[in-house]
Every structure is written in structure tokens, then in C-alpha cells.
Design a protein around this ligand. Structure first.
Ligand SMILES: *Cc1c(COP(=O)(O)O)cnc(C)c1O
Length: 404
């Protein structure tokens, strides 16, 4: 399919065809796995032309690989951006990006609710003289107040893990650009066709492809998407010379395959999550449900607009503190130990429904203050609604809750 004309096509068409080029040697329709470390050339000049930027080509897989390149083309197309860079993991993408644009004496403003390991990564950056201020990103005045002379990056995650709070991307982009800073957004919880962060003004968009983009729970990966100049800067500094966190060709191929069904899968995840959230909201043992698609979510309107009514597949909820004399934490344990269909596992965005306890699992290394700031209590549960029938997921939760 002609790649130029794709930009005018519907999302499902783009996610299937973008980046896919018929193999010139054997005519393979599906991108082959170029499982090779290095590439051979006929002349020294050919290599020099790649180094000088005259041609784009692969020399060594840490920097570029044809399978990963096709995934990069697909990912930049779905965000409507110029370029993308795939990495070994989502954290590989975040680390390689921040280490490219931040140096000693620089400052970063970060949302107070972010992926647990992102918080730890920022602690490590402080060892290198990069300071960090966390703010409630839903409060734009607080963000503006946190920006300093030396602020280079504003970093947001939306919806945020695990409270599902929403950052207004367009407003934050405007603020960042007024202050001469970059806006970087981790959009893992709601990739296109839900939200298009690049079009809303983010300079760089990050996804853990481990989650919805691959969608099948069998490959760790990440991506950063943006302008060609910035992406090549990250490829050259962050990936090639600092972290070396390149994607493996096989994992890129798995994500390419997963993305052919992204549109269908996202719609089903979102519909299932809304049904499950509505069930939980009316259950007497449940104190609070956080899901942007619910009218009770404090930023429901912004979420519906920014995510085109597709609010993602993750629902978090808190159990009541005293259920027939059982504490919230004990009740969580009983529920999690009693489920049959939902798997007790970290991660999200898989075909399988996954359920976990943030305080003791994904966020266990956060300090008590960080947990409090991120509104993570001992009675909170995070549920990644999979592609099973929502009725079956609800039935499993119902029987688990009844065991408390
Ligand atoms: C999983 C996740 C990451 C990290 O991605 P990995 O692929 O596990 O390294 C970063 N941000 C968010 C929001 C995530 O859910």
C-alpha cells in the first residue's frame, strides 16, 4: 500500500498497513524477522553514505534494524509524527530519552502519580545532579509554579498509574512551550485510537509496547515518538551510546503482528472495562472506583474528549475498610486469592485479564510519602480488563468478593 496516501485513511487501516513494505527479495507480504546483528556492504563508500546521513540504512542492530524500522514507521504513523524509535522496554525508552535531554544542573517537573519504576528512575537521576519536582498535573497553576529557570522537561503520564488521573495534554504542552521546556508524555494506558498525544502538542510520546500495542503478553518493549531531529538525537545518544537498550528484531516483529488488531482490541478493552467498572461501582464492598469512563471520575469530561470516549482497559478500585470486621488489606488478599479467571499478575493490556495489588506489588518500593501522594492505599486493587467476555470477568469478581 502506498504509504503517502495512508495518512488520510482510517485508524484501523493505518495500524495494519503503515510501515509494511513488500519484501523486495522474496515478495513476503508480512515483514520478515531480520535476526542479524550486522549488515554487509559491497564498498566502503556505501557505509560512509549512511554515516553521513545521505542514505538511511542499517549497519548494526543496536542502532537500526529493518524489522524494527518497519515497526518504527508504523508507530510514528499511528501518532501522526515524523519518526519513532523502538527500545528494549518502556523503561528503556524513558531512561534513554531523559538521559539524552537532561544533564547535570537541569530540572524536571513530573506528575506526582507515575509508573512505580519511573519514580525510581527519577531518584537515580538525582544522583547525577538532575533535580526533580513532582506536582499534581491536574492543577496547571501548580505545574506553572513548579517550573524553574533550569526546567528542561515536563513529564506527564495520562491516564496515570494507578489512580487514573488525567493530564490535559494540550494545556500542558502550551505551558511547557511558553517556558521553553519539552513536554514528554507516557501514553501507555491509552494509546491510539484512544489518545493522540503528539497531535495534542506533546514533543515526545512514550509507550511501553509491552502493554496494549503488542497486546499479547509475550514481548517486553518500548517506543519514543516525535520529530525526526529529536528521535535521531535519542537514537544517537540515548540508545547508541548511553543505554544500549535497543529492541530485538523478534520482539519488534511480535509488536508488528499485535498492532494489526490494535483498533479492535482497544475498543473491546475499553467496553469491557466500562462494564466491569459499572459493576464494581454498585458493589457494597467497594468504596471507590477509578475509571475515567465513569461519570463519577472527577475529570470524566476531559477524559472523554481527550481519549475519544475510549478510556482504556485499566480500572482501579478500593475495598471498604471494614467488611464484616475484615480489614481492607485482608479483604484484598482474599479476593485476589479467590479469583479463577483473572490472573494475579503485574502488567496490563494483555488479552488475559490481570489483577494486582499496587501497595505490595508494582509500587512496593515507593516510600510511604510517595504512596500517599499517589493515593495508593492498602485496600487498592488494579485490574487490567482483558478480552474475555465482560460477563465472565464480572462473574469471577462477584464470586471472589463473596468469599470475603
Ligand atoms: C509498564 C509501564 C512502563 C514500563 O514499561 P516496561 O516495558 O515494563 O519497561 C512505563 N510506563 C507505564 C505507564 C507502564 O504501564
Amino acid at each position: 500500500m502506498n504509504q503517502e496516501s495512508l495518512s488520510k485513511k482510517a485508524f484501523s487501516t493505518v495500524s495494519i498497513h503503515a510501515g509494511q513494505h513488500k519484501d523486495p527479495v522474496n515478495g513476503a507480504l508480512v515483514t520478515p524477522i531480520f535476526q542479524t546483528t550486522t549488515f554487509a556492504f559491497d564498498t566502503v563508500d556505501e557505509i560512509a553514505d549512511i554515516h553521513s546521513g545521505k542514505h538511511i540504512g542499517a549497519i548494526y542492530t543496536r542502532v537500526r534494524n529493518p524489522t524494527s524500522q518497519q515497526l518504527e514507521d508504523k508507530l510514528s504513523a499511528i501518532e501522526g509524527a515524523e519518526a519513532a524509535l523502538v527500545t528494549a522496554s518502556g523503561i528503556g525508552a524513558i531512561g534513554s530519552t531523559l538521559l539524552t535531554f537532561l544533564g547535570q544542573g537541569d530540572h524536571i517537573v513530573v506528575s506526582d502519580v507515575v509508573y512505580g519504576i519511573t519514580t525510581l528512575l527519577l531518584h537515580h537521576l538525582e544522583r547525577f545532579g538532575i533535580t526533580c519536582t513532582s506536582v499534581n498535573m491536574t492543577d496547571l497553576d501548580a505545574v506553572r509554579g513548579a517550573v524553574r529557570e533550569n526546567t528542561r522537561v515536563i513529564y506527564a503520564e495520562t491516564p496515570a498509574n494507578p489512580t487514573m488521573q488525567i493530564t490535559d495534554i494540550a494545556a500542558c504542552a502550551k505551558l511547557a512551550h511558553e517556558k521553553g521546556a519539552l513536554l514528554i508524555v507516557d501514553s501507555t494506558f491509552a494509546p491510539p485510537p484512544a489518545q493522540y498525544c503528539y497531535r495534542l502538542g506533546a514533543d515526545l510520546v512514550i509507550h511501553s509496547t509491552t502493554k496494549y500495542l503488542n497486546g499479547h503478553g509475550d514481548a517486553i518493549g518500548g517506543v519514543v515518538i516525535g520529530s525526526r531531529a529529536r528521535i535521531e538525537q535519542i537514537r544517537d545518544a540515548g540508545i547508541k551510546s548511553i543505554t544500549g537498550a535497543c529492541a530485538s528484531p523478534f520482539n519488534s516483529w511480535l509488536v508488528l503482528r499485535g498492532m494489526k488488531t490494535l483498533d479492535l482490541r482497544m475498543r473491546q478493552h475499553c467496553a469491557g472495562a466500562l462494564a466491569v467498572a459499572r459493576f464494581l461501582e454498585q458493589h457494597p464492598y467497594v468504596r471507590k472506583v477509578n475509571y475515567p469512563g465513569l461519570e463519577s471520575h472527577p475529570q470524566h469530561e476531559l477524559a472523554m474528549q481527550q481519549m475519544h470516549g475510549l478510556c482504556g482497559g485499566v480500572v482501579t478500585f478500593e475495598l471498604c475498610d471494614d467488611i464484616h470486621g475484615v480489614s481492607g488489606y485482608e479483604a484484598c488478599k482474599t479476593l485476589l486469592n479467590s479469583l479463577e479467571l483473572c490472573s494475579l499478575a503485574v502488567s496490563l493490556g494483555d488479552a488475559d485479564t490481570l489483577i494486582e495489588h499496587p501497595a505490595s506489588m508494582t509500587h512496593r518500593l515507593c516510600t510511604p510519602e510517595e504512596k500517599q501522594r499517589s493515593h495508593i492505599s492498602d485496600s487498592m486493587i488494579r485490574l487490567s480488563v482483558g478480552l474475555e467476555s465482560p460477563d465472565d470477568i464480572i462473574e469471577d469478581l462477584k464470586q471472589g468478593l463473596a468469599k470475603i
